[in-house]
Design a protein around this ligand. Structure first.
Ligand code: FES
Length: 64
């Protein structure tokens, strides 16, 4: 989940799909990704693959 906003990815994914949001769109609409930013690589992966559960540690290194 986005810890800053206390929103689970499983809730964000359908909203993002319905709204056609990219990561910045999610941040604008919900504030998720606009706080500490640590969830942004997870949001990016979620949009790309549809995953909402992550067992790996993702970092910003390859995230815009
Ligand atoms: S965890 Fe999403 S902005 Fe901090």
């Amino acid at each position: 989940m986005c810890v800053c906003r206390q929103v689970p990815f499983a809730r964000l994914l359908p909203m993002a799909r319905a709204g056609g949001w990219d990561v910045d769109g999610i941040a604008r609409a919900t504030g998720c990704g606009a706080g500490c930013g640590l969830c942004r690589p997870y949001l990016r992966r979620m949009l790309a693959t549809g995953e909402t559960e992550f067992r790996e540690l993702l970092t910003e290194s390859r995230d815009g």
